[in-house]
Design a protein around this ligand. Structure first.
Ligand code: ADP
Ligand code: MG
Length: 596
């Protein structure tokens, strides 16, 4: 049995460095944070070979006193907190006093600095943890740090570095986060002598979003603002049409610090429920401000995870603010015309395991015939709020987004699947199935809400044989199912009795309906919440009761659908999040034909 011994100092530093410095972008992040904490208004970052050869960060911040230079590289040495209580009142991005020690332990670092009120600066080097003497340095006020040959003394880690392009991608991300979190900062990034980013002080948040993510994003975002007790929230959320295949464009900042937070990411996705297809993610840039005592940032060495004192309130704040904003916007998709006419990236909705016969034709299906008809000129969509963007030539923000007057509009059916309408705003193309599905969904939901969903009582209850597990899982949801009009009772031995079912599904056998519900319930790992269950089953019901692509519609049916669009809320997306309609604006038509 080997004996226990204390690890040598250089090994300890390398272990500690492993936690904080994973790759070149970690160095960039830590150095940028230090410059921000130093009050810099301008930071220039220069990188060679993806950061493996050189990372240089120059700032105009407060500088470091010559006598403190050796301490800057000592671990647990910081100017940012003095006692344990300060840990619960962190006002800076750094506070652990670990970054420079870690970087100095695994690279060859030169640190040059001059406080503004000193006539001369000083420099020091730290190579693999070995400090040089402090020498005078003749430079301008601020701090200049050069990190060369990262991981030169840990060859295994150096080998793990990816291509310069990949490492540069991570560095770009680190710069993006700092630039978004500090909107008054002038930040530049160069790679191998070429400029990558130059973000001037004058660039506001929307400009910065445009700079990093392109006009496609910055022209499709809406400002949000909310306040709840001691917490304020502001930022931008993107139109659902701007969705992505990953959650990477969901930026959350707390007091200027970029954070990752699963619960808040969940709140954001929940707010977009019904507007995005499964597996698609919203784009958002949200900035929260609160007093530092309300949050613990000392959770992880990289300081990107936090613990909120009231996590539930935070979840609610994000959900409500985003949801409200989305409800107030007219989210009818707009075909963006740029150099090419890009089709929206629609993929088949992942529809749940629900297998019904094709439904009967539309006439018998506008299911609530009492739905009022709309008088011509009646207004539907709520008027939008003026987006606060500076409109540019071909942006969606060009259009003041007036309410759409659809009644009496000329409509034709194409391919038995789409309806094309002339509206004052432009040419509107409607997906007949998606729209009808959405309308039915809204109607059903309203009926569940007011407990007026019609159900069909069975004169003779029908028994359905299931496995014991299936029966148990279904009975667990009995109350929620009853809200949908589906009443089941335990018949013993794994069998259930169906005593009533939703009237809208009148053509299906009760057995078929129950089995579809059971398939849905057993496809879930955990029992769904009441809300999720109602939402999912209503959307299934709507999907199967709606007209399909391929159904030929009479002019009356078309008129009825369009009139219903006017009445229902949120008709711009089907319950699975596919758009129901796309607008090809008049402006774009005129522009494409060179009329303007
Ligand atoms: P921390 O940021 O957690 O305090 P670091 O190891 O990153 O720890 O930095 C150590 C100390 O060095 C900081 O507390 C700060 O006093 C000083 N320092 C580092 N970088 C800068 C800079 N760019 N400008 C001024 N002071 C700096
Ligand atoms: Mg730091």
């Amino acid at each position: 049995m080997p004996r226990i011994h204390q690890l040598p100092h250089n090994v300890v530093t390398k272990i500690a460095a492993g936690e904080v410095i994973e790759r070149p972008s970690s160095v960039v992040k830590e150095l940028l944070e230090n410059s921000v904490d130093a009050g810099a208004t301008r930071i220039d970052v220069e990188v060679e070979q993806g950061g493996a050869e050189l990372i240089r960060v120059v700032d105009n911040g407060c500088g470091i006193h010559a006598d403190d230079l050796p301490l800057a590289f000592a671990s647990h040495a910081t100017s940012k907190l003095t006692n344990a209580d300060d840990l619960f009142n962190v006002q800076t991005l750094g506070f652990r006093g670990e970054a420079l020690a870690s970087i100095g332990g695994v690279a060859q670092v030169t640190l040059q600095s001059r406080p503004a009120d000193e006539s001369c600066g000083a420099e020091i080097t730290c190579h693999g943890g070995d400090l040089s003497p402090v020498r005078p340095w003749n430079g301008t006020p601020g701090t200049r740090i050069e990190v060369r040959h990262l991981f030169y003394n840990t060859p295994v880690r150096r080998k793990f570095l990816r291509t310069p392009a990949t490492e540069m991608g991570h560095i770009g991300e680190a710069v993006t986060r700092i630039a978004l979190g500090n909107p008054n900062l002038h930040l530049t990034l160069r790679h191998n002598g070429k400029p990558v980013y130059d973000v001037p002080t004058s660039a506001g948040l929307r400009d910065r979003i445009g700079l990093f993510f392109g006009a496609e994003v910055s022209e499709q975002i809406y400002p949000v603002e909310a306040e709840q007790g001691p917490v304020t929230l502001r930022g931008f959320i993107a139109d659902p049409a701007c969705e992505r295949g990953t959650a990477k464009l969901q930026y959350l900042f707390l007091n200027g610090r970029w954070i990752r937070d699963r619960s808040l990411a969940h709140a954001l996705q929940e707010a977009y429920r019904g507007l995005l297809m499964t597996g698609r993610y919203a784009v958002a840039f949200l900035f929260m401000e609160m007093s530092p005592e309300l949050v613990d940032v000392n959770v992880h060495p990289t300081k990107t995870e936090v613990r909120f004192r009231d996590a539930q309130a935070m979840h609610h704040l994000i959900f409500a603010a985003v949801r409200n904003k989305l409800q107030r916007e007219d989210l009818t998709g707009r075909l963006r015309v740029s150099s090419t006419l890009a089709p929206p990236q629609a993929q088949e909705p992942s529809e749940p395991p629900w297998s019904f016969e094709p439904p009967p034709p539309l006439a018998s299906y506008l299911p609530f015939p009492t739905a009022p008809r709309v008088a011509p000129g009646h207004v539907q969509a709520a008027p939008p709020e003026a987006a606060s963007s500076a409109p540019t030539a071909d942006s969606a923000a060009d259009f003041p987004r007036p309410p759409m007057h659809l009644n009496g509009a000329k409509a034709i059916q194409l391919y038995d699947a789409y309806l094309v309408l002339e509206t004052p705003e432009g040419m509107l193309v409607i997906d007949q199935h998606a729209l009808h599905e959405r309308i039915l969904f809204e109607q059903l939901k309203a009926r569940v809400g007011s407990a007026t969903l019609e159900k069909q009582q069975l004169l003779i209850p029908e028994s359905v044989e299931l496995t014991a597990d299936q029966a148990a899982r279904t009975l667990e949801q009995r109350t929620a199912l009853a809200e949908l009009g589906l009443d089941v009772e335990d018949f013993g031995g794994g069998a259930l009795l169906v005593t009533s079912y939703p009237a809208i599904l009148g053509n299906r056998s009760p057995q078929e309906i129950l089995r579809a519900v059971v398939d849905y319930l057993t496809s879930k790992e955990r029992p769904p919440s009441r809300e999720a269950l109602l939402n999912d089953l209503l959307s299934l019901m709507a999907c199967h009761a709606a007209v399909k692509a391929g159904d030929h519609l009479t002019p009356e049916a078309i008129a009825e659908l369009i009139a219903l669009r006017a009445l229902a809320q949120d008709t711009h997306h089907c319950p699975h999040g596919r758009p129901t309609s796309l607008l090809f604006s008049r402006h774009d038509l005129d522009r494409q034909f060179r009329r303007i």
